[in-house]
Design a protein around this ligand. Sequence first.
Ligand code: FAD
Length: 430
Amino acid sequence: MAEKFDVIIVGAGPAGSAAANVLAKAGLKVIMIERGEYPGAKNVMGGVLYRHQLQEIIPDFLDEAPLQRPIVEQRFWMLDENSAFQFGHKDLSWAKPPHNNFTVFRAQFDQWFAKKAVEQGALLVNETVVTEAIVEDGRVIGVRTDRPDGDIYADIVILADGVNSLLAKQLGFHKELKTSEVALATMQVINLPAEKIEDRFNLEPNQGATIEVFGDSTKGMVGTGFIYTNKDSISIGTGTLLSDLVKNNVRPHELLETFKQHPMVRKLIEGGEPKEYLAHLIPEGGYHSIPKLVGHGVMVVGDAAQLVNGIHREGSNLAMASGKLAAETAIMAKEVNDFSENVLDTYRIKLMESFVGQDLKKYKDATHMMAKQPQYFNEYLPLLNRAASEMFTVDGTSKWDKQKKIIGMVQERGMFKTAIDLYRMWKVMK
Ligand code: FAD
């Protein structure tokens, strides 16, 4: 008879390891199955990791987690061919504990986070692919793996297997993802000495900055470019809706190369030595794409549940929050010895009541609207840059006349159309 566990977790990313830490700490018998050579080996993120959710699971993480730089400045660029309308926020108190968020390398972070679960008593099995869920009388009772005699049984299975969750699909929890529901992100890590990074980004040692770049970074397609500072490297990437890439016949690696060559970007990475090139999908469907989250003996967490807030570049924190809530529900289910969908539904209710469900609900129509209305990226961002260039060019024209010229630019697009677009934007962001 195969060994039976309280909980099987499929995937050792932030969602899976969050669940494993909470469950193992509570004394449950947990196994985490990871297809990679080690946790994080196949995982990709920009990547900004948020303190709050991690600290709830590992209170003293600052002493040992493999972090790069605490972020003290977040900048936003509305990029055109030769100009950028910029804004941002810098808070030096974020340089000090408890900090706000950090850049990390997922290969290091995921390994550490999974190790913490193992220290609590969880069993981690690497290099093993879960091929299907074992279902009996409508209940998930275990998983089949690609190992010989690889069936494993448990009261509960937590699916933390990432964006394209084959197991959630097999269970009929979601259909094939549409190309408008995912972004394809490509990124590169570029080695650069720490002093150069600090000079170029106006930082002290052990301070970091992020730049989110809209507009020309994705050639007006729905998506962003990003530039994040690590200790002695820079992560740079672009992410665009897969549907837009297909429609415009753009190759993602070419988009990244063009972004790196942009005159405003080039100087930031000049002289750097490219280290790694990575690509991965990001769930972008938001609230409307959340699949069925719970069944008899099974819960879905993290990217597998499409829990990404693309507007705020948050995914890892939603993954950890959902993993923790699923684990707490599993602990409760174990106490009452009932693993039915009815009992596990507590996870769905708590998730939707938490910041995860609330934030995804707030922006539920944002990505869909922008995908359907490309003018926000390919017309308004250039217009914003033209208006700013007009206002800041000192050429003997009065500021009243400049204002009139800018109004004329908006009139070219149509005042009514613009008013409708502004209203639409307010409606999906409010
Ligand atoms: P994943 O991290 O994808 O982990 C899933 C795990 O399951 C993997 O380890 C995988 O190997 C394993 N697995 C999959 N299938 C199987 C199987 N059948 N059997 C066994 N194991 C399996 N989020 C942020 O918060 N901040 C950022 O700055 C940010 N930037 C990003 C930049 C990029 C380029 C990308 C792609 C994503 C970014 N995200 C960011 C999103 C973030 O990475 C995800 O939301 C987060 O990793 C989700 O965690 P997860 O554990 O649910 O899934």
